[in-house]
Design a protein around this ligand. Structure first.
Ligand code: NDP
Length: 248
């Protein structure tokens, strides 16, 4: 049977661990070649090496997504190494939680820079490549808190709401060039990001989830696969919740 992404090249930011790693593995499993980008080169390298061992063409790239000089340079290297880019997954993200009254300017700037500016820089660098190909799929990893807000996460919620606005705008600007852009809004997914929470906090959260459990990185990766592949060829500018029914 033909694989969904045979011959395609995917760039995954924050691909060294967590949801990004699961996305890289999922897309590779469907035949895509993978550029694993992460601020921690060692993690990206481990993921790329293990993909290579299973027969996938993969390479690791050290990049801080906030750096307006590094991002276009790395994207240029990726295009030189792989020849094209069909899929961009803007996944790199961080939290620096605090109540707004206590939130420092540095906490605000860092989260907005990584989560939102990073997606802007990668999109800006790779849209011209996709335009030349007259096709491309961009998938932004937002969050349900970008839709509904969250106490203690003014910076993170604003960055994720911004990603949703960015997604819709890119879908409108580049649809005529064959480029689709969609966002995934995960709920409460089991990764290092949520491992920081206490058991009591986790229980409080899962009590509100329709399916009564945290999601797994693969749950997000499955939706990314749909949005990255031709299965969603008439879907653009959308935000798909992967939250076990947390928002219904
Ligand atoms: P992790 O912290 O496990 O992974 C995030 C990855 O991004 C890490 O590899 C991290 O590198 C990398 N990263 C951080 N800063 C930068 C940077 N400046 N440049 C390049 N890479 C960077 O988080 P998750 O896997 O949980 O989250 C992935 C995405 O999913 C994020 O955008 C997050 O906001 C979103 N999300 C997660 C949810 C959850 O419940 N886990 C829910 C909703 C959305 P390093 O190892 O150095 O930290």
């Amino acid at each position: 049977m033909n694989k969904l992404l045979e011959g395609k090249v995917a760039v995954v930011t924050g691909g060294g661990r967590g949801i990004g790693e699961a996305i890289a593995r999922k897309l590779a499993g469907e035949g895509a070649s993978i550029a694993v980008c992460d601020v921690m080169l060692e993690n990206a390298r481990q993921v790329a090496e293990s993909l290579t061992q299973t027969g996938t063409k993969a390479a690791a790239y050290a990049v801080d997504v906030t750096d307006g000089k590094q991002v276009p340079e790395v994207c240029g290297k990726i295009v030189a190494d792989f020849g094209r880019v069909d899929i961009l997954v803007n996944n790199a993200g961080i939290t620096r939680d605090n109540l707004l009254m206590r939130m420092s300017e540095a906490e605000w700037d860092l989260v907005l820079n990584v989560n939102l500016k990073g997606a802007f820089l990668f999109t800006k660098a790779l849209v011209p490549v996709m335009m030349k190909q007259r096709s491309g799929a961009i998938v932004n990893i937002a969050s349900i808190v970008g839709v509904r807000g969250n106490a203690g996460q003014a910076n993170y919620s604003a960055s994720k709401a911004g990603m949703i606005g960015l997604t819709k705008t890119v879908a409108k600007e580049y649809g005529k060039r064959g480029i689709r852009a969609n966002a995934v809004a995960p709920g409460f997914i089991q990764t290092a990001m949520t491992d920081k929470l206490t058991d009591a906090q986790k229980k409080m959260q899962t009590d509100f989830i329709g399916l009564q459990r945290m999601g797994q990185p693969e749950d997000v990766a499955n939706t990314v696969l749909y949005l990255a592949s031709d299965l969603s060829s008439y879907v653009t500018g959308q935000v798909i919740g992967v939250d076990g029914g947390l928002i219904i």
